[in-house]
Design a protein. Structure first.
Length: 456
C-alpha cells in the first residue's frame, strides 16, 4: 500500500492486499463538505390494514445511551408502515465478545439488526457473521459519511454495515477536587493548550488521598482508566500500528514501547497493586455510570469521551468540571486523540435484509443521528452534521470542532478484534507491572500476525 496525506493524517491507499484485503480505501478522519443523501431498500407497496413485519434488534448498550436507542426505535416504528423493530438488550460484555451473536448465527436464530463496535466489522465480516449490504448503499450515500467511518464498515470491496456515531477522547478534570487539594485548575484550561503526561501525573499525585495502609480513597489519575487505552498513548507518542508495505501489525513500534514504558513507570510510582485495587471493580462491563469515578468525584482527572458530558448532566448536574486536550509526551508537541464509534449490521442468517436496512437507513441516517447526537453527545458520522451548530453545546462543540478534524483511528483490519484483544492483554500486564513493555508488545505482535498472515 502507498501512503497519502490529508489534513495532516496518514491515509492508506490499497495497492497490496488481494481479494481478502483488510481495507478497500483509506482510514482517515479528514472532514469535507458533503451533501445530504439517504439510502433505503426497495419496498413493496403498502396495503392498508396489513400487519407490520417484526425486526429483531440486539444491542449490548445500557442506559443512558440505551434510552436514546429506544427513543429512535419508537420514532421509526411510528412512521414505518411496513416494519416494527423490537429491541433486545444483551448482557454487557467486552466489545470484541460476540459469543451471543455467534451462537445465534450457528443456531439459525439470528437477529435482523445487530449493534456492533465499528472497528470489529471487518473481523466479523471475515468470520462470516454479517451480511454485505452494498446493494443498498450507492456511492452518493457513501460520500456523505466521514471517510474513516465508511472504511471501517468496508471489507473485501463490500459494505457490511452503516456507521451510527463517532467520538473523540479528551482529558476531563474535576475542578472541585483540584481546589480541595490546593491546586489551581486554570492551568488545565483549553486556552493554555495541553500539559505533558509527566505534569499531569505530578499534579494528580497531589490530589490523591491514601490511608495509613496505603489504600486509596481518592486517586488523582488512574493511567489506564476509562479511555486511557493502549491506542490513546500510542497515538500520543506518534506510534504506528500497521505497516502497510509489509502487511504487518506493529504494536512493537519503538514509540509504542516508549509510551507503554511511561504507563509502566507511572503505575509503579503510584503502587500498581493499590491502583488496581481501586480501579478493577470499575472495569467490569456494564459498570453503572452513575458510580463512575468522575461523577462521584473519586478522581481529579480521567481520559474519556464526549459522552461523558451527558453523564455529568444526568448524574452530577452541579459538579464543576473542565475538558481539555489530551496531554503530550513533551512540551510543545501537538496533542493527539483518536475516534471510534458504533455501527448497525445485518447478521448472517437474517431472513429480512431489506427490512433491516430500512431501519438502518433511519437509525444511521440523518433522523437517527440528529437524535443520537443531541441526546448522548456522541458525534455524528454524516459529514454535514459534524458542523451543524444546532447539535452541540459549548462543551460538546470542542469535540466536533477542535478534536474530530485531526483525530486518528484504529486500522480497520480483518483481525481488528484479535489485535485489540492481544494489545489489551499486553497492556494489562504492563500497567499491573507484571511484564516489561517490549516483551509484552512483542507477544501481542506475534499472536496477531499469525492470524493476519492469511489475509496478506
Amino acid at each position: 500500500m502507498e501512503k497519502v496525506t490529508s489534513r495532516g493524517l496518514t491515509l492508506l491507499k490499497d495497492t497490496k492486499l488481494s481479494r481478502r484485503k483488510a481495507l478497500t480505501g483509506a482510514a482517515g478522519l479528514g472532514i469535507a463538505a458533503a451533501g445530504a443523501a439517504t439510502f433505503a431498500p426497495r419496498r413493496a407497496p403498502y396495503v392498508k390494514g396489513q400487519a407490520k413485519t417484526q425486526l429483531q434488534f440486539w444491542t449490548g448498550f445500557t442506559d443512558p445511551d440505551l434510552a436514546t436507542l429506544r427513543k429512535i426505535v419508537e420514532q421509526y416504528n411510528a412512521q414505518s408502515t411496513s416494519y416494527e423493530v423490537i429491541v433486545t438488550q444483551l448482557a454487557p460484555a467486552e466489545v470484541t465478545d460476540n459469543t451471543r451473536l455467534i451462537t445465534a448465527v450457528r443456531g439459525g436464530d439470528s437477529p435482523d439488526i445487530y449493534h456492533m463496535d465499528r472497528f470489529t466489522v471487518a473481523s466479523n465480516a471475515a468470520n462470516g457473521l454479517v451480511q454485505p449490504i452494498s446493494e443498498f448503499v450507492d456511492e452518493a450515500v457513501r460520500a456523505t459519511y466521514l471517510p474513516f467511518a465508511m472504511e471501517e464498515v468496508t471489507y473485501d470491496g463490500q459494505i457490511w454495515g452503516m456507521p451510527l456515531d463517532t467520538d473523540a477522547r479528551a482529558l476531563y478534570y474535576n475542578i472541585g477536587v483540584l481546589r480541595e487539594a490546593g491546586i489551581d485548575p486554570t492551568e488545565f484550561d483549553q486556552s493554555n493548550g495541553p500539559v505533558t503526561w509527566d505534569r499531569l501525573l505530578e499534579v494528580a499525585n497531589m490530589a490523591s488521598v491514601r490511608d495509613a495502609n496505603g489504600t486509596y480513597s481518592r486517586v488523582g489519575f488512574v493511567p489506564y482508566a476509562n479511555q486511557a487505552w493502549h491506542y490513546t498513548y500510542g497515538f500520543s507518542w506518534g506510534a504506528q500500528f500497521y505497516d502497510e508495505a509489509n502487511c504487518a501489525v506493529t504494536p512493537d513500534d519503538p514509540k509504542m514501547v516508549e509510551a507503554m514504558q511511561w504507563v509502566y513507570d507511572a503505575c509503579a510510582s503510584m503502587d500498581a497493586n493499590a491502583i488496581s485495587a481501586w480501579e478493577t471493580p470499575r472495569r467490569v462491563p456494564g459498570f453503572p455510570p452513575q458510580q463512575g469515578s468522575l461523577v462521584t468525584q473519586g478522581v481529579a482527572f480521567e481520559v474519556t469521551g464526549d459522552w461523558m458530558i451527558n453523564q455529568y448532566a444526568q448524574y452530577a448536574p452541579t459538579a464543576e468540571y473542565g475538558i481539555t486536550y489530551l496531554p503530550v509526551p513533551q512540551a510543545g508537541m501537538s496533542s493527539a486523540t483518536w475516534s471510534g464509534g458504533w455501527s448497525m449490521v445485518v447478521p448472517e442468517g437474517s431472513t429480512n435484509a431489506e427490512g433491516a436496512v430500512d431501519f438502518i437507513s433511519y437509525m444511521c441516517g440523518e433522523p437517527g443521528q440528529r437524535i443520537y447526537t443531541t441526546d448522548t453527545r456522541h458525534l455524528p458520522t454524516i459529514t454535514s452534521l459534524t458542523t451543524d451548530p444546532s447539535l452541540y453545546t459549548e462543551l460538546s462543540s470542542f469535540f466536533a470542532a477542535q478534536l474530530l478534524p485531526t483525530s486518528n483511528n484504529r486500522p480497520p483490519l480483518p483481525v481488528g478484534s484479535k489485535y485489540w484483544d492481544e494489545m489489551t492483554s499486553a497492556y494489562q500486564a504492563i500497567y499491573l507491572n507484571e511484564a516489561q513493555p517490549a516483551q509484552a508488545l512483542a507477544t501481542a505482535k506475534e499472536n496477531t500476525q499469525a492470524d493476519l498472515q492469511q489475509f496478506c
